[in-house]
Design a protein around this ligand. Structure first.
Ligand code: ZN
Ligand code: ZN
Length: 181
C-alpha cells in the first residue's frame, strides 16, 4: 500500500507541465509528461520511467541516464543499452574473486598495479564488497585483493546505525590456473 502510494507520488512529481499537450506517440490530449532527451510531449502510458534506485552503483550518472521520463524510441536507443551494460557489470561483479587483507599469503604474488578503490557509507558488509567488485569490473579487473572493511556507528535521528567503508586493490586472477591448483 505504502509502496503504491510512494509510486504515485513519484509519478506526480515528474509531471513537468500542466499544459495540455498532445502525446506525440498516441495523440492523446492532456499529456503532461515530457521525454528528457527529445523533449516530446507524452501521456503516462507512452512514457518510460527510469528507476534511478536500480542504478545506484554508478559513481557518475551518464547524461543520458539523468532523466526520469523517456519516450520509447529514446529509451530503446540511449537508455536500454546502458542499463543492460550496468546489469552485465553487476553480474560480473558478483563473480569477482575476493581476497581479504588477512589473506595476504595467498595474494602475495598478485600484481598490484592500481591504487586502491574506496567506497563509503554502505548499508552492510555484502554491499560494500559488491560495490568494490563493481568498480573493479568497470576498470577491467576480475578480482579485488587486500579487501579491508571498516564499520562505524553513526547517528540516524534517534537511532544508531552501522555504516561501512571499504578499500580494495583491483587485480587480475587467472581463473583457470586457480582451478588447476
Ligand atoms: Zn501516448
Ligand atoms: Zn524522446
Amino acid at each position: 500500500m505504502i509502496e503504491a502510494l510512494r509510486k504515485a507520488c513519484y509519478v506526480v512529481s515528474m509531471v513537468v507541465s500542466t499544459e495540455t499537450k498532445e502525446c506525440f506517440i498516441c495523440r492523446k490530449s492532456k499529456s503532461p509528461f515530457k521525454c528528457g532527451l527529445c523533449e516530446s510531449a507524452l501521456c503516462k502510458s507512452c512514457s518510460q520511467f527510469l528507476n534511478h534506485d536500480e542504478l545506484s552503483f554508478l559513481t557518475e550518472i551518464p547524461k543520458d541516464l539523468s532523466h526520469d521520463v523517456y519516450c520509447g524510441p529514446c529509451f530503446d536507443q540511449k537508455v536500454f543499452p546502458q542499463v543492460e551494460a550496468y546489469n552485465q557489470t553487476m553480474e560480473s561483479a558478483k563473480n569477482v574473486f575476493v581476497y581479504y587483507k588477512a589473506q595476504s599469503k595467498e595474494t602475495r604474488l598478485m600484481k598490484r598495479s592500481e591504487s586502491p578503490l574506496q567506497v563509503n557509507a554502505c548499508a552492510d558488509r555484502d554491499e560494500t564488497v559488491l560495490r568494490l567488485a563493481f568498480l573493479a569490473v568497470k576498470l577491467g579487473f576480475n578480482a579485488i585483493i587486500d579487501v579491508d572493511l571498516v564499520s562505524k556507528k553513526v547517528r540516524d535521528g534517534s537511532y544508531k546505525i552501522l555504516t561501512w567503508n571499504g578499500t580494495a586493490v583491483p587485480a587480475i586472477v587467472d581463473a583457470e590456473k586457480l582451478n588447476r591448483q
